[in-house]
Design a protein around this ligand. Structure first.
Ligand code: NAD
Length: 353
């Protein structure tokens, strides 16, 4: 049977089945746990890793890492835990969202988060403030949620209008409820060996979760993170180091970034530059997680635009062994991780296991 046919069939199967596929090397995988920072210094010797097939012929196409399916699996686990919590102690997790202004993209993100909460049984509440509100109004809203015992997670939808000091506002957030994980103390804990941050920032956590659940070995591998923002690039590079990867960070001032990316076993990109990463920037067999979510105007589309990633997908699929699509890769995982952090926070608050 032709290799393409095998690959195409593999791409079509649901993720759980993909995990248990028997490859030519007879690797069988079990569903791994959610990202844990409590990693052993030595990886369990019998942990099996899935090796994506690489075929250097023109017919090669990478396996698509389906973030929607993986996120769905995680959300269903969260829904069962919420149900169990309600049945056993009569409580459910609560998430509060503070939104300032009327940015359409932010409104869509918030709507999706609220809907996802509803679907798993997490209660949610949104405070909508006008775009010209004062810092004090935002701080007051956050302070109310900080002391509300029915709220276990608070998020401020970013970006905030320019006249508001984002750092000052985020500092007001109770550390115990910062489910986005943007607080400097969380970032500091993530960077320091032996420290356990209360939350892992959602998008980086989602990226690592995609790798782990796809059976990609991280330990000892060369990883490149493209982008060093506080919300994606920086925490992703810290998290990869926690998982014992050797990490390089590429940013807007990096000279010859392709020399670093083409040696990497794992590339996680969050630059916000469409098609930045070309096929010849990538090592054959590498695994690519594309966080970039870049709108391209197209009046023929329903919303007047469509989304593409940082990676030139059609070139990359011919080189790498596995890649996330945009949309349908990291995006759904970010929301699943937000739900997971909110649930963890409620479990901590109620001492529920
Ligand atoms: P940002 O603008 O804060 O940071 C971008 C980073 O990329 C910077 O560190 C910059 O140095 C680097 N960069 C810019 N141009 C570069 C270039 N040409 N070469 C190398 N590095 C370059 O952006 P962000 O908030 O980190 O978001 C990055 C992308 O990820 C955006 O497309 C955003 O929409 C997307 N995103 C997606 C999710 C999700 O859930 N899918 C979540 C957050 C962000």
């Amino acid at each position: 049977m032709k290799r393409t046919a095998i690959v195409m069939r593999r791409m079509a199967v649901p993720f759980q089945s993909a995990l248990t596929l028997t490859t030519r090397s007879h690797t069988t995988l079990m569903s791994p746990p959610l990202v844990s920072l409590d990693l052993p210094d030595i990886w369990p010797p019998n942990s099996a890793h899935f090796h994506f097939p690489v075929n250097c012929s023109n017919e090669h196409r990478a396996v698509e890492i389906n973030g929607r399916l993986i996120a769905e699996e995680i959300r269903s686990g969260i829904a069962s835990d919420v149900k169990r919590m309600k049945k056993s102690i009569g409580k459910v997790p609560g998430l509060a969202v503070v939104m300032v202004g009327q940015r359409r993209d932010s409104q869509t993100y918030v709507r999706n988060k609220i809907k996802a909460c509803e679907e798993v049984g997490i209660i949610s509440t949104t405070t909508q403030l006008p775009g010209d509100c004062t810092e004090e109004q935002v701080v007051n809203a956050l302070s109310r949620f900080n002391v509300d015992p029915s709220i276990h997670g608070i998020l401020v939808q970013l970006p905030l209008p320019q006249h508001l000091d984002e750092g000052k506002i985020l500092d007001v957030l109770s550390l115990e409820k910062d489910v986005d994980g943007f607080h400097p103390l969380i970032m500091g804990s993530l960077a320091m060996k032996g420290r356990e941050p209360l939350f892992i920032p959602c998008t980086p956590k989602g990226c690592i979760e995609l790798l782990i659940r796809s059976g990609v070995e991280i330990m000892g591998k060369k990883a490149v993170v493209v982008g060093r923002s506080n919300i994606v690039g920086l925490p992703t590079s810290l998290l990869l180091q926690r998982h014992h990867a050797t990490v390089s960070v590429v940013h807007a001032f990096t000279e010859n970034p392709e020399q670093l990316t083409c040696e990497a076993d794992i590339v996680i990109t969050a630059a916000g530059v469409p098609n930045l990463i070309r096929g010849n920037w990538l090592k054959p067999g590498a695994v690519v997680i594309d966080v970039g979510t870049n709108p391209v105007e197209d009046p023929s589309c329903e919303h007047g635009y469509y989304l593409i990633g940082d990676v030139c997908y059609e070139e990359a699929v011919r080189v790498v062994s596995a890649i996330t699509p945009v949309p349908g890769g990291v995006g759904p995982m970010t929301i699943a991780m937000l739900l997971s952090n909110t649930l963890d926070s409620a479990k901590r608050a109620y001492d529920f296991t």
